[in-house]
Each structure stands twice: as structure tokens, then as C-alpha cells.
Design a protein around this ligand. Structure first.
Ligand SMILES: [Zn+2]
Length: 459
């Protein structure tokens, strides 16, 4: 697409808007792009792009995977353009491209990494054509925006350009089938002794064969439909993986077998959920052209950002903040399962409401009946302090999950939750928070730490 006068005017005006916003210390990662697309609807098609574009989409893990990829590339000397800390819809990608080009629209950087909202892919991929398109996984999520996984699958599958090389999860039979004619590389996690014969979760979005509708046979399941399955009727099956990973949580190593060679990496997580994110990032980085040694070096100094996970020990009690994304039953179920399996006696503060946009977040509460609150019904959990305006909804859900009522406390303001912790034999306090309550969660953590600092009742 040519740079016409309309495009050049939109670029000039949006660059001026970006400059002005930055001058006043404002976040310029959304509005300039929104303005540019308003003034020139095919703006994304006309602006120059870096030679190599890596896109990351999927229901869960896309931000973590993007961060890992950007950090590893940067550590290896690449100057990366990205929409990190910005919006992942078309306006966010446009803002990143505006910031990464000259006044005439020439790209200043050679590599870009873009997180792409699943539903926005149809507005982005026709113009911003990824060299590598990563899809982490597809599950049901944010039902009011995303409907169901097949709906999202078709949006992504139909908008992916034919030339994009796909990086896909062989253990997810939904996203593994995206754009079947595109070249692809699959990753997987090899069978583990914690695998289950069938899904124990409330929901499994891949129960039947998409070809012949026969019930699928699972060889093993990790969570929900993540695992390995085949159709006994037509032969449809999980694809063979090109990168097969095996995490060892005891030693903190991740072994990856690729074309018969074995590579070892430091494991940056102790959950299977985040191991998938790391394996996704490594597969992309290896296909991009980094050596195993370059990736290993980059991962040896990498931490998952604090807005998603933090841990500190005060007066003998560990305080852990962990993101549990609201409206997202899979992310919450995995976090609840993780908390249940962690050793020690626990108290939990739940903050699943979006503290910025309470009206939108409380619009549809059906998702809590897709999430496995049952995992929180465990003897190792002594108390659950449910905070936020919708606390009574979560309380009802926890009661239906069988949690005794005397373990449940409702508080409408998140910041009041630490007042109800008792530290009666508690080894760990888990603060499980929605993405848009991360800042509030840090305040709740600090208040919990301050209470513990002065607490003398511990034996
Ligand atoms: Zn079949």
C-alpha cells in the first residue's frame, strides 16, 4: 500500500498527539494509534514495518510469552519494537508502529514483537503480516467478548496470512489446528507423572472430534483439554511435536528435545502453566535463529514480572501475590489448583473484581460456574477472605463448591481484606488478584506485611 496524503496527514497528526501526550507524562500507547486509524482506516497497511514481525496471541500466557521473547532478544543485542505495556488491539499496534517510524513513515527497527488480542487479529493480520505467529492456546474466556473457543479459532484461522510461520501448542487440540495450510512448528510437554487419565475440571472445551464428532480418547490430561488425545473413529490426533520439553521442578531444569538433540535451560517457574509459556518462548526463539546457549544465558537472569507473581516472607509467613484473571475460568482454575497443591497451611485473599471498571466486570458472572472453585475446598486452606463489590457472588460459588461457611469472610473493599487474616498456624497468605487489580493487590500485600510485622501471636 502506498503512502498517500491521507496517510501522511494521519501520521503527522498522530505523531504530534504522541509527542504532546509524552510531554505531559501521559501514556501514549493507545490514543495516537486510535486517532491514526480514525483518520486513515487502512493506516496499518500503509505504515512501514520492521522486516521481522513476531506476533503472539492465544487465551492464556500471551503477555508472559511476549515479555520472555522481548527480554531474550534484547539480552542478545536486538533492538525490539513492541506494544509491551500498551494496548494489544489495533490501536495499540498502530501506536507502537507510530513510535517506531520516522516522520515520513519509515521503520526505524528491524524486529517487532506484538501481543495481539485474539478478537482483534482480523483487524491486524491483514495489514501487519507476521513472519512468526505464535498461538499459546485457546480456551473459553471473557464470554461477553469472546463467545466460545470455536468462534475465536475461526477469527484467527481465517485472518492469518498464508506466509506466516506458526508456532503452536501440540498439547492443545484447538489451537493446534489453526490455518492448516501454513508452515508450522509444534511444541509440547512430554508425559509427566502428574498427568491424569481424564480431565478433572468442570469444563473441557475439546471433548469431541472436530472431523467426525466421535468422543475423543485422551492418553493423558494436564488441565482442561491440555493433553494428548486421538479420535478412535477417524484417526484425528494430537500432532507430533518438534520441541518436546520435560520440566524438572526439583532441580529447576527444563530439558528440550529437538530433532534428536537435547538442550537444557533453567526453569523460570514452578507451575506447569508457566512452563508452557517458557517452552512457547524457547520454541519461537530457536526458530527465529537464536542458539540454545544464547537463550539459556538470557533465561538465567529472567524473572516473571511482579505484577503477575511476587513472594516475600515476613515474620515466618510467606506472602504470595498471584494473578488470577477475572472472567477467565481456565486461568483461575489453574491458580486455585496450584494454591491447593502448595505445601503448608494457607489463608487466601480473593480479589477477582476489576477495580477500575466495576460495571463491565460485574456484567456477566457466569464464568465463575466454569471455574473450579472446588480446588479451594481443602483442609490446607483455613480461611478465604473474599473482597470486592461482587463478593457475595463468589461466596455463593464457594459454598456450592462445598467450602464450609465459617471459612468465608466477605469484605466489599479490597484494602480491608488483610484486617481479617488471623495468622492462626498460617504458613502462607495467597493474594489472588484480577489483572486490573494488580496495583490494589500490591497495597493489600503491603498492608498484610505491615500487620505481620507487628503480629506477636505466632507460636
Ligand atoms: Zn474423528
Amino acid at each position: 500500500m502506498k503512502k498517500n496524503l491521507r496517510f501522511l496527514s494521519a501520521l503527522f497528526i498522530s505523531k504530534t498527539a504522541m509527542f504532546t501526550q509524552k510531554l505531559f507524562g501521559m501514556n501514549a500507547s493507545y490514543f495516537p494509534g486510535k486517532l491514526a486509524i480514525k483518520l486513515c482506516p487502512d493506516f496499518l497497511g500503509r505504515i512501514d514495518k520492521p522486516e521481522t514481525i513476531i506476533s503472539v496471541t492465544g487465551t492464556n500466557g500471551k503477555t508472559t510469552v511476549c515479555n520472555m521473547i522481548i527480554d531474550a532478544l534484547t539480552a542478545n543485542g536486538y533492538d525490539v519494537l513492541s506494544n509491551r505495556a500498551g494496548s494489544n488491539i489495533n490501536a495499540g499496534v498502530a501506536s507502537a508502529l507510530i513510535s517506531g517510524c520516522t516522520i515520513s513513515g519509515k521503520a526505524k527497527k528491524r524486529v517487532a514483537v506484538f501481543e495481539i488480542d485474539e478478537r482483534s487479529s482480523k483487524l491486524i493480520y491483514p495489514y501487519v503480516r507476521p513472519t512468526y505467529a505464535v498461538c499459546t492456546n485457546l480456551f473459553r474466556d471473557s464470554i461477553h467478548r469472546n463467545a466460545h473457543p470455536e468462534f475465536i479459532f475461526h477469527i484467527i484461522s481465517e485472518s492469518l496470512p498464508k506466509e506466516s510461520h506458526l508456532i503452536l501448542n501440540a498439547d492443545d487440540l484447538i489451537s493446534a489446528g489453526l490455518a492448516p495450510e501454513n508452515a508450522r512448528t509444534y511444541f509440547s510437554i512430554a508425559p509427566m507423572n502428574t498427568d491424569l487419565p481424564e480431565s478433572i475440571n468442570i469444563i473441557n472445551d475439546m471433548r469431541i472430534c472436530p472431523n467426525c464428532h466421535h468422543t475423543l480418547d485422551y492418553r493423558y490430561v494436564r488441565y482442561h483439554h491440555i493433553g494428548n488425545a486421538h479420535c478412535p473413529s477417524c484417526g484425528f490426533a494430537s500432532p507430533e511435536s518438534d520441541y518436546a520439553a520435560l520440566p524438572d521442578f526439583e532441580t529447576g531444569t527444563l530439558t528440550i528435545t529437538h530433532h534428536g538433540d537435547t538442550e537444557q535451560y533453567p526453569l523460570v517457574t514452578n507451575s506447569i502453566f508457566n512452563t508452557y509459556n517458557q517452552v512457547t518462548a524457547i520454541t519461537l526463539l530457536r526458530e527465529f535463529g537464536l542458539s540454545a546457549g544464547q537463550i539459556r544465558e538470557a533465561f538465567s537472569s529472567l524473572n516473571i514480572v511482579e505484577s503477575r507473581y511476587s513472594s516475600e516472607t515476613v515474620n515466618g509467613v510467606e506472602i504470595i501475590t498471584h494473578m488470577a484473571k477475572g472472567q477467565n475460568p481456565i486461568a483461575c482454575s489453574c491458580v486455585f489448583d496450584y494454591v491447593k497443591k502448595e505445601p503448608g497451611q494457607k489463608e487466601i485473599i480473593l480479589m477477582l473484581d476489576d477495580v477500575f471498571d466495576r460495571i463491565a466486570s460485574s456484567e456477566i458472572m457466569t464464568w465463575i460456574y466454569d471455574a473450579d472453585f472446588e480446588f479451594l475446598n481443602d483442609d490446607s486452606i483455613s480461611r478465604i477472605i473474599i473482597s470486592g463489590v461482587r463478593c457475595e457472588d463468589y461466596k455463593l460459588r464457594l459454598l456450592l463448591a462445598g467450602v464450609p461457611e465459617d471459612k468465608l469472610i466477605c469484605v466489599s473493599k479490597e484494602i480491608d481484606a488483610p484486617d481479617y487474616l488471623r495468622f492462626d498456624g498460617t504458613d502462607k497468605v495467597f493474594i489472588l488478584h484480577e489483572l486490573y487489580a494488580a496495583d490494589e493487590a500490591m497495597k493489600v500485600r503491603d498492608k498484610t506485611a505491615a500487620r505481620l510485622q507487628n503480629f506477636e501471636g505466632r507460636a
